[in-house]
Design a protein around this ligand. Structure first.
Ligand code: PLP
Length: 373
């Protein structure tokens, strides 16, 4: 038996998306850039994927640029501050961003740009005043994640973006944990760039996109052929792109049903854990990605809990799965000041639509058994 409860790390491929992939890997495998008729289907698939994805986030098709995933999209957004030769190249971001943003910022810093890492409150929320305070004439970009990958906290993106725009500063959001899970409308948010990754919404791994609002001044990321409107060269991964579009369309259709289901599972899990009289705290704000629970058990060891749960067939994570080799206390838990006696005992349970009430009850029982043994 296996209970998969680590959907923030990755998700199972949607079956329709799998069928779509097979078609473009085995049958319609022509290079989308070739002029002959055999490539027509691949070309059409790219066009149609752009339309489908754009519809899901209320963008225009020509504002969607395919990339190799969230990490590349984030790197492109951050490093564009350097590439386009503007004298302004300073960046404001937060202390709780994913390493795809933080490490890209470190690179930018080495090239002479200043990066301000704003703090968060104890729920993981970024204050508008902290962004306002740090905007100077040298700031080019504000990059704030839509939802955090460890604690799930959702930020006030529309308001943060409006603060940046009021000072003529571009706004990017890393929405890797949000796209396909909560409704996203780029026109309503008014963001200039938004990163997404297919494997977080039941698409294949190694594919994603960067939304770039029309007329945003941003330089190309990969030089070579003319693919992606000359902005990101390389033969298109048509099978994965087509599958990503199918997965996103399906997830967006099911969202209305999935969100209450996930919230119900969260409530049951918390209630069960309280029922076992375990001493724990739930990190992050109530406004968070449905199904994402960061739980800190007093005087426990998250690492031990993860391995013992694994032996019982349950997959969860400590901190962030993208960072499993890093055994330090996570920068996110540090930023939200989780008390010392709780912080080491933190695990992230991220539930998916296919998880059941029985499964979350079993998870709670397993945690209790481990902690009380
Ligand atoms: N940004 C966030 C918030 C993430 O959670 C992740 C992956 O966990 C990434 C970026 C990186 O995405 P990818 O795995 O597609 O490179």
């Amino acid at each position: 038996m296996r209970i998969y409860a680590d959907h923030a790390a990755t998700t199972q491929l949607d079956l329709d998306a799998f069928d779509e992939m097979k078609t473009f890997l085995l049958e319609e495998y022509g290079n989308a850039s070739q002029p002959y008729s055999f490539s027509r289907s691949a070309k059409e698939a790219l066009k149609s994927a752009r339309v489908t994805i754009a519809k899901c986030i209320n963008a225009e098709p020509e504002e969607i640029y395919f990339t190799s995933g969230g990490t590349e999209s984030d790197n492109w957004a951050i490093k564009s501050a350097l590439f386009d030769g503007d004298v302004r190249c300073d960046i404001i971001t937060s202390q709780i961003e994913h390493h795809a943003i933080l490490h890209a910022c470190h690179t930018v810093e080495q090239k002479g740009c200043h990066v301000e890492y704003v703090p968060v409150d104890t729920l993981g929320v970024i204050r508008l005043s902290d962004i306002k305070e740090h905007i100077t004439d040298k700031v080019k970009l504000v990059s704030i994640m839509y939802a955090n990958n460890e604690i799930g906290t959702i930020q006030q993106i529309k308001e943060l973006c409006s603060v940046a725009h009021s000072r003529g500063v571009l706004f990017h959001t890393d929405a890797v944990q949000a796209v396909g899970h909560v409704p996203i409308d780029v026109k309503e948010l008014d963001v200039d760039m938004l990163s997404a990754s297919a494997h977080k919404f039941n698409g294949p791994k190694g594919i994603g996109f960067l939304y770039i609002k029309k007329e945003t001044s941003i330089s190309p990321y990969i030089d070579g052929g003319a693919q992606e409107f000359g902005m990101r060269a390389g033969t298109e991964n048509v099978a994965s792109i087509a599958a990503m579009a199918v997965a996103l369309r399906n997830n967006c259709k099911k969202m209305e049903k999935n969100i209450p289901h996930l919230k119900k599972l969260e409530t049951i899990l918390i209630r069960e854990l309280h029922g076992y009289e375990l001493d724990f705290r739930c990190n992050g704000s109530d406004n968070r990605i449905p199904g994402n629970l960061s739980l800190s058990f007093r005087n426990a060891e998250g690492e031990m809990l993860l391995h013992r749960l694994d032996l019982m067939g349950i997959c969860v994570s400590t901190g962030s799965a993208c960072d499993s080799k890093n055994t330090k206390i996570s920068h996110v838990l540090e930023a939200i000041s989780v008390p010392q006696e709780y912080v080491v005992g933190t695990i992230r349970i991220s539930l998916g639509a296919e998880n059941t009430e029985e499964e979350v009850k079993y998870i709670a029982k397993a945690i209790c058994k481990i902690l009380k043994s």
